[in-house]
Design a protein around this ligand. Structure first.
Ligand SMILES: NC(=O)c1ccc[n+]([C@@H]2O[C@H](COP(=O)([O-])OP(=O)(O)OC[C@H]3O[C@@H](n4cnc5c(N)ncnc54)[C@H](OP(=O)(O)O)[C@@H]3O)[C@@H](O)[C@H]2O)c1
Length: 262
């Protein structure tokens, strides 16, 4: 299938938070054309509002939406996937590609529910995709090949970085990068709180914490070094003492809070 999307018809089933992020980004970047894109949601009034906002047909009939589509995104909640696959099953052929973002739903479950040899790709994006700086882990099912992976990578690279993994690693990807922003927000908030306790205005403490987090991540990405290497250097001892001091504030604060995971 590859990464040439000219003339390709796409259906996004479940254009909620994640489906909506993908739909909006793919339309804005011109990978999909509004004439060749359809979406579904559960509620009629949301369908109307979303359709007007994105200028694409949005309905509530999944079976109709996938008719003639080349690529079908399944973006409903995991517990709804089985029901949606059963609805679309009569209109699916092995010429179509199904891309599911549902957490912890294996490709084998979707393949079995479809009852034929349809290419299925599973993807696990995260919420920073909304600003184009997301991370998506991608794997293929039994009937998908490298061209289907290439298609999925090209689509998700519009909202950030992508990595292809074996399906056995997808739960780890979910725990690390899909849930990861929640951990980082806790660390970031804890660092900022430590700054406030040391007398900094909150907006400055938050800016320092956020840009420092971004900078440290960028160093790791750009150098490819193990994160520990980045703490070494001529002033390492001083930095370690600073880390210990800040940790007393920030990690103590983090421990006192209940993490909010999604
Ligand atoms: N959010 C994340 O950070 C994230 C990250 C990675 C993967 N995911 C995966 O993305 C999927 C969606 O999560 P979300 O956070 O985007 O949830 P969400 O905002 O609740 O979106 C779910 C969407 O599915 C629609 N829907 C429900 N039943 C449907 C049906 N039978 N047919 C068609 N559409 C239906 C809902 O319609 P209404 O709008 O009308 O209610 C809603 O738009 C989940 O499987 C999740 O595991 C999410």
């Amino acid at each position: 299938m590859g990464s040439d999307f000219a003339g390709k018809r796409v259906a996004v089933l479940g254009a909620g938070k994640m489906g909506g992020i993908l739909l909006k980004a793919l339309l804005e970047k011109g990978l999909l054309s509004p004439q060749a894109t359809v979406a579904t949601v559960q509620h009629e009034e949301r369908a109307r509002a979303l359709g007007q906002r994105l200028n694409v047909p949005v309905g509530t009939d999944n079976a109709a939406a996938v008719r003639g589509a080349d690529i079908i995104f399944v973006c409903v909640k995991p517990q709804v996937v089985q029901e949606v696959i059963e609805q679309i099953r009569p209109n699916i052929s092995n010429k179509q590609l199904i891309i599911s973002v549902a957490a912890s739903v294996p490709t084998s479950q979707i393949e079995k529910a479809l009852g034929r040899e349809v290419p299925v790709v599973r993807a696990m994006p995260n919420t920073p995709c909304v600003l184009g700086c997301g991370m998506t882990g991608i794997c293929k099912g039994k009937f998908a090949d490298t061209s289907h992976l290439e298609t999925a990578c090209a689509l998700f690279s519009v909202v950030g970085k992508t990595v292809v993994v074996d399906e056995k690693h997808m739960d780890a990807v979910t725990g690390l990068s899909a849930s990861g922003p929640a951990y980082i927000y806790i660390i970031l908030e804890s660092l900022a709180e430590a700054g406030v306790k040391l007398g900094l205005p909150r907006d400055i403490a938050t800016l320092l914490a956020a840009q420092t987090t971004l900078g440290a991540a960028t160093v790791v990405l750009e150098t490819g070094d193990h994160p520990a290497c980045s703490t070494a250097g001529e002033r390492a001892g001083e930095r370690v003492r600073a880390i210990v001091r800040v940790s007393r504030w920030s990690l103590g604060f983090a421990r006192a809070r209940t993490p909010v995971l999604h």
